[in-house]
Design a binder for this molecule. Sequence first.
Ligand code: FES
Length: 615
Amino acid sequence: MAIATQSFQDRLMDGDMTLDVSPEVDPSNLVYYKLCSADDFEEGEGKPFTVEGTHIAVFRYEGEFNAVDNRCPHMGYPMSEGSVRDGVLICHWHHWEFDLKTGGCFITSGAGNDLKSFPVEVWDDGCLYVGLAPGEKEAARRRRIDRGKYILEQGLKDRSSLLIAKAIAALRAAGATPQEMIQQGLFYGAYKSNEGWSSGVAILTLAANMWEDVDEKDHNLFLVHGLTQISRRTSGGSRRQGFPLPKTSDEPDLATLKRWFRRLVDQRSSSAAQRILMTMYDRGYSSEEIADVVFTTATDFYFTGDGHALDFANKMFEALDYVDWEGANEILRPIVVDLVGRERHEETARWEDSVPVLEDIFTRLDEMWEANQENEAPLDISAFTQTLLGEEFEPIVAEIEDKLREGVKPTDICRAMTYAGAIRTARFHLKNEGDWHDVANIYSYAHALYRAFHLAPSKELLRGIFHGAVFMTYLRWLNMPAARLPREGQRLDETFASEDKMLDRLQEFADFQKVFEAEVLVSQYLEEGYDIAKLRHTLAHIMLREDAELHMFQVLEVAFRHYDLSDDPKEKRMHLLAATRYITAQKVMKGILWSTENAERLQRGELLSERDDDN
Ligand code: FES
């Protein structure tokens, strides 16, 4: 893992966000390029040149020549089209003004809007020459990236989606990598908030994970979604500074740090627990070792924050790996707020019946883990999915214990739990009062657990399987009545000239809130063997064109990942039906109407668990 040393990030922490667009250049290093005859210029005239890939605007003003970057830092208008008055260069698009000699911008505060200036001379041959430092093209590209990051910082501070979108467009045009943009957003979201792992940083992580699932034309949109949500969840004030424990000759070992971290989280001592996490990072413990501490602590409590604590912990490690742990000292801290502050389900009345049963099972974790490591057994994922959808949790958790002792891989049980989560989602009836988040949460939690077992498997993490299984049974009411699923072979009463026409129709169904028709269409698309990548692009586009919230992103990612993991066509189909339903249904939340209708039915003595419609 890399220690954070990025200069832009350091400047953010120092509160210095100015950009040096015209740094000192050693004149002896300059290479001069001939442009044209000096006589070609009229007084006051500007001309554009491209030299070695560098775009330059040259002006003749009061007999002298000046050269600046030809792209206006505001929105890229060619500066050579501008005019000069009293030594001030004016861009004609939005009338920003610059000192012609230095490129300094008069319009806004901060040097981030300055133009780069270049030395220009008339030589003895009567021609005009411009001096460029070696590597100027790459330097210009880096300046555009630095300027884009500066604008992005402003957009995040101002909570301006437009400014954020402009920054992203400029950064991508300058060749900034998604990793650079995502790292900046993650760091800002972690550093400029006193809250936990927010939806914005989670969406940015999902953008990284789903980059290949999304059509290239939607990449900017995906980033703007995450960054806009970060801007809404941050205040501009910074998280209180934190430091690792002082170094001593008698350092606490990893087991001690882990024990302290678990106790401090248990005591809800957030800043002290953050300090332990920063110490582990500072002392160079591996991502697996840090993940083991965090995942163990996340499962010390029951389904903390409706599963979000474990889910966000997984997202955090995915994000850190994606950015090579750059900025980890800050990015690691918010998860502690989730571990400390979110609801622990053992403290709720709902779990009163299951906690004693699970506590008894947890006394046998050591032997269960030992047996699991010694043995090896396959799992019929489809059959076990049906087990997990049972009504009573006791036989289910007993069967999980048996399977683990037989040597079934925990990741296989997590896959079955994810499949069960897909069914809960696909069969979630539109008439339910809210609760959509519950099915998304178990679906995403099961996937996070699957990932956690890959990163840092442990006997303690086994508890997460039992927590998830119990919660799955608590959600059985959300499938009463169960929404109908498209039958295999079911077709819409219309014909399509191509797969693209089908996908156009899918977008229309989403627009017009036709959830079941959208599901039938997806089922047909899959059965007819059309291009899955195009279907993924379309589902992602349907989501991204809305002001989508985190759960929609989570459901889509899980559906895509588990579609890829499975060889079973029925399971693959169920994941995509779940995603289709979740994304298209979120547009049909008729909360007031349904609440009123439900209240009237209850008043009439009708059972809400009986279906009164076709869907
Ligand atoms: S592009 Fe120059 S001021 Fe807007």
